[in-house]
Design a protein around this ligand. Structure first.
Ligand SMILES: *[C@@H]1O[C@H](CO)[C@@H](O)[C@H](O)[C@H]1NC(C)=O
Ligand SMILES: *[C@@H]1O[C@H](CO)[C@@H](O)[C@H](O)[C@H]1NC(C)=O
Ligand SMILES: *[C@@H]1O[C@H](CO)[C@@H](O)[C@H](O)[C@H]1NC(C)=O
Ligand SMILES: *[C@@H]1O[C@H](CO)[C@@H](O)[C@H](O)[C@H]1NC(C)=O
Ligand SMILES: *[C@@H]1O[C@H](CO)[C@@H](O)[C@H](O)[C@H]1NC(C)=O
Ligand SMILES: *[C@@H]1O[C@H](CO)[C@@H](O)[C@H](O)[C@H]1NC(C)=O
Ligand SMILES: *[C@@H]1O[C@H](CO)[C@@H](O)[C@H](O)[C@H]1NC(C)=O
Ligand SMILES: *[C@@H]1O[C@H](CO)[C@@H](O)[C@H](O)[C@H]1NC(C)=O
Length: 345
């Protein structure tokens, strides 16, 4: 009998928890604004369709009539994370081709700027890569205050492998510095592919998200393509709200970007601040009511209580020990519980 009552109340609690969880699934866009462009979610501070949907003009993005989301004029966006402070865009690889007699026949340069907004190319996530057997690649910023080069050579065809990417010949990689907001790739060839033109007569250069880059996609024989068909790589852009310290930001309450139950944080790289939900809350920290209580009792794959029933509270949770037992169920309940007595019969 007692066991039955406990079952029913437990079920009822579970049901009520489920309905709470369902009602908190909310949009990451500003209230009244469109959240999706095609299948890409656009969380605030970014916005589309109406300038007032974004925090400011820097975060106002173009969702084209083909439902393509663009950063700047021509970088298609595949992902935006308001939690990590990143935007992933596609940028075409640069290339330069030669014919058998070592004459340059074609080139596709690449340069792009992130503009005056609080954006930069992630120096921790991206890596600059060149592919080719007589290939010198260089990346600079528009001001030419930064320059990194890498040289790749080989005498015979190289199989591109993901196991040991760029450890031998056929490609080379170099990191980029912190804080870059423009890029200019250039390619050249020390010997015009002399003597190797049977298997390699071109070089590619690109920046790419190291975690999604597959070097095996870049065989030496890869045919160059232009425009819409060009090979684009995923590049990670990092953003902050504004180039201010948290103290400076909080001093101007009307411009401070972090909502309720959120705090001001610093990104690992570069200057400026970001926001994140306080412990026990989750959601979009840039929206006034974005950070909502996290239901710790419903976190998948986690057992919040060692013993007893989990009970969610605002910003935290409790573990109620079974009737007859006492203590903190997050750690351990003490004593002999009623359920144990009944089931022991
Ligand atoms: C988004 O749409 C693009 C193009 O239609 C497609 O290639 C991609 O797989 C889609 N992504 C997701 C997560 O559905
Ligand atoms: C958005 O991008 C499209 C395609 O590039 C362009 O035609 C259009 O003018 C852009 N709109 C705005 C508001 O910049
Ligand atoms: C390479 O290009 C140059 C200039 O266009 C041309 O004179 C030469 O014949 C080409 N060589 C081959 C093997 O096509
Ligand atoms: C990129 O660099 C090349 C020379 O390496 C230069 O001619 C070109 O103007 C540069 N582009 C930009 C946008 O700075
Ligand atoms: C490569 O070709 C250029 C012209 O296309 C020429 O000026 C240069 O001397 C050549 N270099 C070598 C090493 O053959
Ligand atoms: C190309 O091969 C010739 C003949 O083997 C050699 O003399 C020359 O140095 C080679 N050039 C390069 C750039 O490897
Ligand atoms: C890139 O990723 C590979 C494997 O995922 C890792 O071994 C390597 O250290 C990474 N390189 C950088 C510069 O992060
Ligand atoms: C950010 O502000 C600091 C101090 O005002 C300044 O030195 C720095 O150049 C700024 N950085 C950027 C990327 O604007």
């Amino acid at each position: 009998m007692i066991l039955q009552i406990m079952w029913v109340s437990w079920l009822m609690m579970l049901l009520s928890l489920c309905s709470v969880a369902a009602s908190t699934a909310r949009s990451a866009a500003k209230p009244g604004c469109v959240e999706k462009c095609g299948n890409v979610s656009v969380p605030y501070p970014f916005g589309i369709r109406k300038p007032s949907c974004a925090m400011n003009d820097y975060f106002y993005l173009n969702c084209t009539s083909n439902d393509e989301l663009l950063f700047g004029r021509n970088m298609p966006i595949s992902d935006i994370s308001e939690l990590e402070g990143t935007v992933t865009v596609g940028i075409d690889a640069a290339f330069r081709c030669y014919n058998k007699t070592g004459i340059e026949t074609d080139s596709y340069p690449q340069s792009m700027t992130l503009g005056a907004g609080p954006f930069m190319f992630s120096h921790t996530r991206n890596i600059f890569t060149a592919i080719g057997c007589d290939t010198l690649a260089q990346v600079t910023n528009y001001e030419f205050t930064y320059r990194a080069t890498c040289l790749s050579t080989c005498r015979e065809n190289v199989e591109m492998s993901d196991e040991n990417p760029c450890s031998g010949s056929g490609c080379c990689q170099t990191s980029i510095p912190k804080g870059l907001n423009s890029l200019n790739y250039s390619l050249s060839s020390p010997y015009n592919y002399t003597n190797i033109s049977d298997f390699n007569r071109r070089g590619f250069a690109f920046l790419a998200d190291n975690s999604s880059l597959k070097i095996s996609d870049w065989p030496l024989s890869r045919t160059p393509k232009y425009g819409k068909d060009a090979y684009a790589t995923d590049v990670v852009i990092e953003w902050v709200v504004e180039n201010k310290t948290c103290e400076q930001a909080k001093a101007d309450a009307s411009a401070y970007a972090c909502g309720a139950n959120a705090g001001c944080t610093y990104p690992e790289s570069g200057q400026g601040y970001r926001c994140s939900c306080n412990e026990g809350f989750e959601g979009n920290p840039y929206l006034q009511e974005g950070c909502q209580d996290k239901d710790e009792c419903q976190v998948e794959g986690k057992k919040p209580c060692q013993e007893g029933t989990c009970e969610n509270t605002i910003g935290n949770y409790k573990c109620r020990c079974p009737i007859g037992k006492y203590g903190d169920g997050k750690i351990r309940c003490k004593g002999v519980g009623i359920i144990t007595i009944i089931s022991g019969n």
